[in-house]
Design a protein around this ligand. Structure first.
Ligand code: NAD
Ligand code: ZN
Ligand code: ZN
Length: 369
């Protein structure tokens, strides 16, 4: 079938709307008509050239929700009209990671880099050229073809605009606090950068019972929304957050600092490392340039037993945690509608990313009409 999608032809580059050919679904595949897609910073890393793109043209988007309109042969368990959240991490259910409760590390996740199927083949085409699908998804396309391993069937009553956020931003942020930082009741937690990911780390820290949830962001709108969803204190700089953390912990420092800045820098990690107490945890959720290294004081690392924990999708398990988050949303304990600060048509995607950089959005989304 023919569809319209936003692609990069080069990096750095802008998103360009093109007509794409989408193949017929094969066994274990679904055609999804997108209803909403989130403008996560990770797509922008590809557009800006922060992260290497394996091949062009590259169809963007890895946070989305839609409706199943095509099902491959011999693909049981699916019906036309099913509503799905698309997970940027597929879950094969069989690899070492899936079978030990680490679905976020599923071996099928190599799509992340190449944007192909696991055998290296493509399903979307632009003027006869194979088009890579970000994370095997390509949610910036009106229609896409995905592996069932990346589709989570959800209650059709749920609002697909809110659902779309659970495919990346919610699980990544929420899980960074609940799973990766293992926040405990009474903890003091610093969240550095409260955009679409960090704002959910704030909500995760609240659910885990933190007493002080300190949100740091230079942008006033982000601090306001962070306060609305659970931040107890907000600051524009890490220095102020570190002072607060010391003042409420007898000078010990924060139990955890979660880094959700737009483009990770070495300095972000240094500041977060300085903010935590002995045996505290720095969670590195933000992504940086391909050649960014982390450098911290080695004696402090050893003698203060500090922990630096990388985190992908907040160590969440898509198959169980996306439904869990939607249940928290349905019961009013996880706020998602409040995070959507602007809606764009697909044609306005570059404006959406310009707004992200201008600090105008917590999460902007594309709505397909
Ligand atoms: N690990 C994962 O699984 C995963 C998944 C999705 C996104 N990410 C990454 O998470 C990061 C955040 O993504 P996002 O969509 O929320 O981006 P965003 O641009 O919406 O939010 C980043 C926020 O950081 C703030 N910021 C920038 N520098 C800062 C600093 N020095 N101190 C405090 N705040 C600062 C910005 O003002 C902005 O509000 C990106 O690097 C993204 O690629 C990681
Ligand atoms: Zn993302
Ligand atoms: Zn797996």
């Amino acid at each position: 079938m023919k569809t319209t999608g936003a692609v990069l032809r080069q990096a750095p580059g802008e998103w360009e709307l093109v007509e794409l050919d989408v193949e017929e679904p094969r066994q274990g595949e679904l055609v999804v008509e997108m209803r909403a897609a989130g403008l996560c910073h990770s797509d922008d890393h590809y557009a800006k050239g922060d992260a290497p793109v394996a091949s062009f043209p590259f169809v963007g988007g890895h946070e989305g929700a839609g409706v199943v309109i095509g099902i491959g042969p011999d693909t049981p368990g699916w019906e036309i009209g099913d509503h799905v959240a698309l997970s940027f991490l597929p879950v094969c259910g069989r690899c070492r990671w899936c079978s030990t409760g680490h679905q976020n590390l599923c071996d099928m996740g190599r799509f992340l880099r190449d944007g192909t199927r696991s055998d290296g083949s493509y399903r979307m085409w632009l003027d006869g050229e194979p088009a890579a699908q970000m994370c095997g998804l390509a949610t910036f396309s009106r229609h896409t073809l995905v592996d069932v391993a990346a589709a989570i069937k959800i209650d059709p009553e749920l609002n697909l605009e809110a659902v779309c956020l659970t495919g990346c931003g919610v699980g990544t942020g929420w899980g960074s606090a609940v799973n990766s930082a293992a926040v405990h009741p009474g903890d003091t937690v610093i969240v550095m950068g409260v955009g679409g990911i960090g704002v959910n780390a704030v909500q995760g820290a609240r659910h885990a019972g933190a007493s002080h949830i300190v949100a740091v962001d230079p942008v006033a709108l982000k601090r306001e929304v962070a306060s609305r969803v659970g931040a107890t204190e907000t600051f524009t700089t890490m220095d102020e957050a570190i002072d607060l953390a010391h003042s409420v912990t007898n000078g010990q420092g924060a139990d955890a600092a979660i880094i959700c800045t737009g483009v990770l820098t070495t300095d972000d990690v240094r500041q977060a490392f300085a903010s935590i107490r002995k045996a505290g945890t720095v969670v590195v959720t933000a992504l940086g340039h391909a050649d960014t290294d982390v450098a911290v004081n080695a004696r402090e690392l050893t003698l203060y037993q500090k922990r630096i924990q990388g985190s992908v999708f907040g160590e969440s398990n898509p198959l169980t945690d996306i439904p869990l988050m939607l249940e928290l949303y349905r019961s009013g304990r996880l706020l998602l509608d409040e995070l959507i600060t602007a809606r764009y048509s697909l044609a306005d995607i570059n404006r959406g990313y310009a707004d992200l950089h201008a600090g105008l959005n917590v999460r902007g989304i594309i709505v397909f009409d």
